[in-house]
Ligand binder design. Structure first.
Ligand code: CP
Length: 362
């Protein structure tokens, strides 16, 4: 039976109110001020970390966060060492682990996979990145970094540069920052790696000014924040297509010289070559500090999700249309074919509940 009204998942940050995010940011600030006060906060609790895709920061910061709260961890960081290698589906693996753990963190290479897991899980599920779709806890990390380093989340001009098509951190951050007054966006990419239409719709709906440009050199001087991203090699259909895009944007000292003194550089990491090592010593380079903020916000998130019992956030708001296929070939419904085909909306256009892609009614 699907868990359509499970209230304790974090699949998409925008399922929650801005005031809920702000409470998390305040809590992370308090934890940073006195981490020792929290060493027994999750004593006796177990977190399951299911990483079907490689990770350094997200996995280890979640694990460290739970250990620093006095809890313990189980899980895998390589599905090849679990029964996934024998052909077990997401539903069965996550159902079992959710019976062992009090909270579960999952990363998977396919869009919509974590929502699929949450549909039948028996404990709260946190999305640690689902394919090229969303990465809500990276966004919480980014929001904490912006709040701590810029003092406010309002009135910022944010440049996002690189793989805006496949970068799930970009999609989640734009959705979140569109909720704050005075945000404007500069989208810096090649035409091939431009932002998907459904995320542009978020910008238009919020009335936020944005421009699409191809030159980082021309854009860097107008920014309060530059969010650099890696070209996501693993999301390309062929190595040749990746080769055409790689190395296009490189932030170096010369470009930093054109930026405001107050601009900060963020990057979800890992980097490949898009930020030259020479930039690391610039006081505006905030990406290593950003990764550390990620541990504190995840401590706040784990604490809050294990305590929360009042919120009601439905996982699914649409209806089943089993005859209809999602237009996104990278959607989980094409891989795990037992999943009900949930879509929002009606008329000629439907939105997939798992990956958010729009699909013309067949
Ligand atoms: N930012 C981020 O998601 O890094 P990892 O892939 O190392 O977890």
């Amino acid at each position: 039976m699907a868990n359509l009204y499970n209230n304790l998942n974090l699949i998409d940050l925008n399922d929650y109110s801005v005031s809920w995010w702000e409470k998390l940011l305040d809590r992370a600030h308090e934890i940073m001020a006195d981490p020792s006060a929290y060493v027994e906060s999750c004593k006796g609790k177990i977190m399951g970390t299911l990483f079907y895709e490689p990770s350094t920061r997200t996995q280890m910061s979640f694990q460290t966060a739970m250990l620093r709260l006095g809890g313990t961890i189980i899980g895998f960081d390589n599905p090849a060492t679990s029964s996934v290698a024998k052909g077990e589906n997401i539903k069965d693996t996550t159902k079992i682990v959710s019976g062992y753990a009090d909270i579960m963190v999952m990363r998977h290479p396919v869009a919509g996979s974590v929502k699929a897991a949450a549909l039948t899980a028996d404990c709260p599920v946190i999305n640690a990145g689902d394919g090229g779709h969303l990465h809500p806890t990276q966004t919480l990390t980014d929001l904490l970094t912006l709040k701590e380093e810029k003092g406010s989340l309002e009135g910022l001009c944010i440049g996002l540069c690189g793989d805006l098509k496949n970068g799930r951190t970009v999609h989640s951050l734009i959705k979140a920052m569109s909720c704050f007054k005075g945000t404007s966006f500069v989208l810096i990419s090649t035409p091939e790696l431009a932002l998907p239409a459904y995320i542009k719709d978020v910008l238009s709906a919020g009335g936020h000014p944005y421009k699409e440009v191809s030159s980082l050199d021309d854009a860097v001087g107008m920014l309060d924040v530059l969010y650099m991203t890696r070209i996501q090699r693993e999301r390309f259909a062929s190595p040749e297509e990746y080769e055409k895009q790689k190395g296009h944007y490189i932030l170096d000292k010369k470009k930093m010289a054109k930026a405001k003194e107050s601009m900060i550089v963020l990057h979800p990491l890992p980097r490949v070559d898009e930020i030259a090592i020479e930039v690391d010593d610039d006081p505006r380079a905030m990406y290593f500090k950003q990764a550390k903020y990620g541990m504190y916000i995840r401590m706040a998130l784990i604490l809050t999700m294990l305590e929360e019992n009042s919120l009601k956030v439905p996982l699914i708001t649409g209806k089943v249309h089993n005859h209809q296929k999602c237009s996104n070939p990278l959607c989980i419904t094409h891989k795990e074919t037992y999943l009900p085909h949930y879509f929002r909306g009606d008329g000629t256009m439907l939105e997939c509940e798992y990956c958010d892609e729009r699909t013309l009614v067949e």
